[in-house]
Design a protein. Structure first.
Length: 143
């Protein structure tokens, strides 16, 4: 394993943890991608949030920077576009239904030992494992 293979995930994890901690310290709120995205587009009822827009800009610019720096990205969509859209809509519904996403519950909620976040994260992981099993071993597809 090269140093680059270790450094990217490590630095990404450190930046996620640091940003979540700073968001909690500075705003008194739990950072979650679904909530910040909703606020960026004004879907929370409070209007368009500059903080949410900055968050989205940071995600997109960070990805662009990493792509420009590494220059080894192999992007290939191997699934049906319809299946990807349906999956995205189901994830969006689930984050609203579950009052948060994996970043809010899995990163921030578990760090605070929130019982609700423990249940949500266990549910995310179980559904992911069951879905992977069904797709690979029951249906016979590649996931």
């Amino acid at each position: 394993m090269s140093d680059l293979n270790v450094l990217w995930p490590l630095s990404g994890g450190l930046l996620i943890g640091l940003s979540a901690a700073l968001y909690l310290l500075l705003n008194g709120r739990i950072a979650g991608i679904s909530g910040l995205t909703a606020s960026a587009f004004g879907w929370t009822g409070a209007g368009i949030s500059p903080l949410g827009l900055g968050f989205l800009a940071g995600i997109l610019s960070g990805a662009a920077l990493a792509f420009a720096w590494i220059r080894q990205a192999d992007l290939a969509i191997t699934s049906s576009p319809v299946l990807l859209i349906v999956g995205g809509l189901l994830v969006g519904f689930g984050t609203r239904f579950g009052s948060g996403c994996t970043s809010g519950h899995g990163v921030c909620g578990l760090a605070r030992l929130s019982p609700r976040s423990v249940v949500a994260t266990v549910a995310f992981m179980l559904v992911a494992a069951i879905t992977l099993f069904i797709v690979r071993h029951v249906i016979g597809g590649v996931a």
